[in-house]
Design a protein around this ligand. Structure first.
Ligand code: KG4
Ligand code: ZN
Length: 335
């Protein structure tokens, strides 16, 4: 069977999502975002698990209906095994196992970070192997050498915080509402990216460090507001633009180095932070400067979604990479 029809489920953090892929084409991709976390300014794991339980059946039903597929058309069921929040992953894992058992079809466990990278195979144009993928999300920051659909090697990564965390924590300090990253992006659009300078750690090789920037921003704001109490309100856009600029430059510096050293000009970005308008623009600029072919995912495939789990499952199905009913979630699953 080379044209498998697969139902895929994503429940690693705060989006409950289901998608159907058939013959490598994503036919539906339904995402239920959990608004409950807005009240707390961040994801509350227990609330995420409960919301997944409430959302999963309606989301799966809608994904099948939108794709015009019935349960009997399915050849496999896929789910995110990790990385992610244990309780959240358990909901998708248990649901997929029961579904596969009930329909007597194979089960496929997908690595969430591999899936972010494979989101580039949902729509044309697709990258040529080998390509470099800068994977930037709320929990990860990695430069991955992608040799084949299922053959990937992490060549550099953050040694502490993820870049998404740096966006979110800075946004919180500036009083922007959750989720911070997209709000900071929006505010930065009206500011001057060179207004203020912030230091970031320079790690060896292709590694990153983003834990220092939040302390740098904290002290900067403390010192400025001491002499000018309305400093943040009066300079909000410039602060956002400057922090964003620093983060983007840091990310791309190592990517340029990796591209030069490895001689690879096929360059992609993936993960939630790849929705950032500054990063998307900067990548286009670097493409011209360094003669890269760049691949930037459509917005709906940047942040967490089951479409990317479905496409990863498609390639795993072709390799008969199936899981057993003994599989359990792995919150720290690595590429
Ligand atoms: O991939 P993702 O949806 O979930 C994880 O796997 O972590 O990534 C979420 C991260 C959050 O830190 C969020 O603030 C960030 O992606 N993000 C953005 C933007 N959209 C989402 N950061 C900066 N600018 C954006 N436009
Ligand atoms: Zn993600």
């Amino acid at each position: 069977m080379n044209e498998p029809t697969i139902l895929a489920i994503e429940s690693s953090c705060d989006e409950t999502s289901a998608a159907v892929v058939s013959g490598g084409k994503v036919l539906s991709n339904i995402v239920a975002t959990q608004a409950v976390h807005e009240l707390y300014g961040g994801v509350v794991p227990e609330l995420a698990s409960r919301a997944h339980q409430q959302n999963i059946i309606p989301v799966v039903t809608q994904a099948l209906r939108t794709a015009n597929v019935t349960k009997s058309d399915l050849n496999a069921v896929a789910f995110t095994r990790g990385p992610g929040l244990l309780g959240a992953l358990l909901v998708g894992c248990s649901f997929a196992k029961s579904f596969a058992l009930g329909l007597n079809i194979p089960l496929i466990e997908v690595n969430h970070m591999q899936a972010h990278i494979l989101a580039h195979f949902i729509d044309e144009p697709t990258p040529q192997f080998p390509y470099l993928c800068l994977t930037v999300s709320g929990g990860h920051t990695q430069i991955v050498l992608v040799k084949d659909h299922l053959d990937m090697e992490v060549v550099g990564q953050t040694t502490d915080d993820a870049v998404g965390e740096a966006f979110d924590k800075t946004a919180k300090m500036l009083g922007l509402p959750y989720p911070g990253g997209p709000m900071l992006d929006k505010t930065a659009a009206k500011g001057n990216p060179d207004a203020f300078q912030f230091p970031v750690g320079n790690m060896p090789g292709y590694n990153y460090s983003f834990s220092g920037i939040k302390t740098a921003v904290l002290y900067f704001l403390r010192d400025k507001t001491k002499v000018q109490p309305d400093f943040v309100q009066e300079n909000l856009a410039d602060i956002c633009a400057s922090v964003q600029n620093t983060l983007i430059k840091t990310l791309l510096k190592k990517l340029v180095q990796a591209s030069k050293d490895l001689g690879i000009k096929e360059v992609a970005i993936a993960g939630g932070v790849s929705a950032n308008s500054g990063l998307r623009q900067a990548l286009q600029d670097y493409a011209r400067k360094y003669n890269w072919n760049v691949y930037i995912p459509a917005f709906q495939y940047c942040t967490d979604n089951a479409g990317m789990i479905a496409i990863a499952a498609h390639y795993q199905y072709l390799k008969k990479d199936f899981a057993t009913q003994y599989v359990s979630p792995e919150p720290r699953l690595k590429i």
